[in-house]
Design a binder for this molecule. Sequence first.
Ligand SMILES: [Zn+2]
Length: 256
Amino acid sequence: MLSDEELTRYARQIVLPQLGGAGQQRLKAAKVSVVGAGGIGAAVIPALAGAGIGRITIIDPDRADLSNLHRQPIYRSRDEGEPKAALAAQFVRRLNPFVEVAGVERAIGPDNAAALLEGHDLVIDGTDNFATRLAVSDACVGLGLPLISAAAAQWQGQVALFTGKPCYRCFVGDAFDADDCDNCAELGVTGALTGLAGNLAALLAIRFLAHAGEAEPGRLTLVDGLNGTQRLIRIVADPGCKACGGSVGRSAISPS
Ligand SMILES: [Zn+2]
């Protein structure tokens, strides 16, 4: 049940016919893991916390740095050197005390991804390198967990929901398992674009969890921040994919 305070807090979204009280209850029941509290995560985390996701786990091993602040506005100048997972969790508690939040100051990889992600209803990955993203995706496929993968570099952003086949590995292939060639330090990125990609991911998460509108798996939204355009492409399952091909991958699950 939603308390009077919650009904007031979420009134502007409960009034939406596609969401309503039932959708709000689904958001409250949801457990979401946000991997990466960088540019993408710094947009995803406030959007999810504000919307009343019941439990949010924030996984990030890094500490806030001055060079993060142009695209990570949940941190302050004085936060430099502090762990992002704890700072982001504190941000959530201050924004919405109805959200249970945990900050996990750990790097995620093939060895621990399944253990860290198990028990959630949805994973949102906003990390900045292919090796981590592939480890997160493989763990989600193995656990049968839906994954929203969001990325931004330079002026391009991309967001997609994966629920089994195709998976993120079908999209990028196996060449990047030991590679972090797309990180922001090398390529550069605009803060407004990471915010846009993060908010697109959060919006997709809310649609998916609340059963509102369309949340089509395997459909990738590509944003070109330099031209101000957006297009959709359909990701095709790779029958030889080492994550979801064959009998390893499980089919999609939906949150209750
Ligand atoms: Zn696959």
